[in-house]
Design a protein around this ligand. Sequence first.
Ligand SMILES: [Zn+2]
Ligand SMILES: [Zn+2]
Length: 150
Amino acid sequence: MTEVFDCPHCGFQLWRLDRSPMCDEWVFYCVSCPRRVEVSFYDTVVNVIQNQLRSKERSNDYKALIEKIEAQLKTCSCGGHYKLTVAKRCFNCNAEVIEKDDHGSMGRGIELYPGIFYVDEDDELDLAIEVQYVEFEEKFVRRENIWKPL
Ligand SMILES: [Zn+2]
Ligand SMILES: [Zn+2]
């Protein structure tokens, strides 16, 4: 499912996108702001955590793995923690716009973007939008320097 809608609190346009089942990363959202962290399934720290779970606790439990990853992630610059299942917040006013138990279709994760980044397949990519997208990622999406020391 993909949907463009206005934030009910401030009117800022948002784009909700259900993640592809082909993706190979998790997206953890901050509990108190719209920032998020992308963690690859193949991240070395994820590997270490997985091995620790298997050898020490003899666990292959997905929930335990996610909890360990959440505990290992650095806190957000706002002071909040990152969680896999958490309400998604408006980029403009920080209101919760998607409930935390609202899973995407087929149980996939949900991603939220500012509405200006929504494009039809036929639309040409606008350079100005691309520049704004880079700024958006710098502000809201982290992929590096995401872990506390092991
Ligand atoms: Zn935050
Ligand atoms: Zn808003």
